[in-house]
Design a protein around this ligand. Structure first.
Ligand code: F6P
Length: 367
């Protein structure tokens, strides 16, 4: 009995979904605080829920998390393909789907864990909510370059991705100017326009297209022509991968059948580039920022945010506040019920001050 009372708490940690800069900073903060302040044992589950299904884990000591603050990616590995409730198993050229959630709960118990800190986006946290209901105490940490998680104004990774996209737009400016071209730059963001909006404004984009505001081709070409008339012989168009024309649909790059969120967006930049060139007669080139936005070292802002969120996650663990995600609201930190996070994704409100600001200085949203 006394051995049980004195037992060290054992915390699992898992990273799911697309990687982003700052994940390792969270892992480091969680592990350091848990080990130093509370003498907890940390178990790293490998490759997201894949590791929980297939029993792949390793103990994380202080030395494993030391020196990883600046490191991009995730030392634990991740996948976007695994949903334990709909686990894809290849059968010939197709897949069959199995419910492996009970295996996850079994492995959780086998590891003798008290809870799992799940670092993930809306999909990963939605699964976390289901696992929570099925018996795994979970604390969530919001992660994504898309900044689209309900319940938090900010996700770590977004600042870094904005910075990288802005750097790209800056570089395209000079070549657009030299060649008197239209440069279309496609940025990520899934079905939300946060990344296009922020990097578009920071990079001085002349036209910013986001999924929340379906665009009209005539509005885009008119803006390009107007700039030319005024002696600006180049234009920069920043387009979110999820942008679509009025009455039209998104451009899909590929379907990943085995993923619970199978649609991979991409390609709108090239479609738009061709259309702009045809309509205006101005030479146009398209560039896709793609996964560059997810790679490399996090910005100081993301390192700090990730460290704060990781530290707060351990506070929730200590208080046994399971079933919550740590989040940012109006400049402060909050805990958000995973139930409320799991309902969808956070888009840019049409009355967002940044849209007004951009339009007030002549930026077009193609409407
Ligand atoms: O959610 C992060 C994100 O980078 C999105 O912006 C993008 O739509 C998607 O992931 C790309 O997914 P993948 O890494 O599977 O190509």
């Amino acid at each position: 009995m006394s051995a049980r009372i004195n037992r060290r708490k054992r915390i699992g940690i898992l990273t799911g979904g697309g990687d982003c800069p700052g994940i390792n900073a969270v892992i480091r903060a969680v592990a350091k605080k848990a080990i130093h302040d509370y003498d907890m044992a940390i178990v790293g589950i490998e490759d997201g829920y894949e590791g929980l299904v297939h029993d792949r884990k390793r103990k994380l000591e202080n030395r494993d998390v030391s020196g990883i603050l600046t490191l991009g990616g995730t030392i634990l590995g991740t996948t976007k393909k695994v949903n334990p409730y709909r686990y894809a198993v290849r059968k010939g050229s197709d897949f069959i789907y199995k419910d492996m959630s009970k295996t996850c709960v079994r492995n959780f118990r086998k590891y003798d864990l008290d809870c799992i800190v799940v670092i993930g986006g809306d999909g990963t946290l939605g699964i976390a909510y289901r696992l929570m209901k099925d018996g795994i105490p979970i604390v969530g940490v919001p992660k994504t370059i898309d900044n689209d998680i309900i319940g938090t104004d900010r996700t770590f990774g977004f600042d870094t991705a904005t910075w990288i996209a802005t750097e790209g737009i800056d570089r395209l400016h000079t070549t657009a100017q030299s060649h008197h071209r239209v440069m279309v730059v496609e940025v990520m963001g899934h079905n939300a326009g946060w990344l296009a909006l922020s990097s578009g404004i920071a990079g001085g984009g002349d036209i910013i297209l986001i999924p929340e505001i379906p665009y009209r081709m005539e509005a885009i070409t008119e803006k390009v022509r107007e700039r030319n008339r005024k002696g600006k012989r180049f234009s920069i168009v920043v387009v979110a991968e999820g942008a679509k024309p009025e009455g039209g649909s998104v451009v899909i790059q590929r379907m990943v059948k085995e993923s619970s969120d199978p649609i991979r967006l991409g390609g709108i930049g090239f479609v738009l580039g061709d259309q702009i060139e045809k309509a205006t007669g101005i030479e146009t080139r398209a560039v896709v920022m793609g996964h560059l936005q997810r790679g490399g070292s996090p910005t100081p802002f993301d390192r700090i945010l990730a460290t704060e969120l990781g530290s707060l996650a351990i506070d929730l663990v200590v208080q046994k506040n399971f079933g919550y995600m740590v989040g940012v609201r109006k400049g402060g930190f909050v805990k958000v019920n995973l139930k409320d996070v799991a309902v969808g994704h956070r888009t840019v409100p049409l009355n967002h001050p940044l849209i007004r600001t951009a339009e007030s200085i002549g930026t077009s949203f193609g409407r």
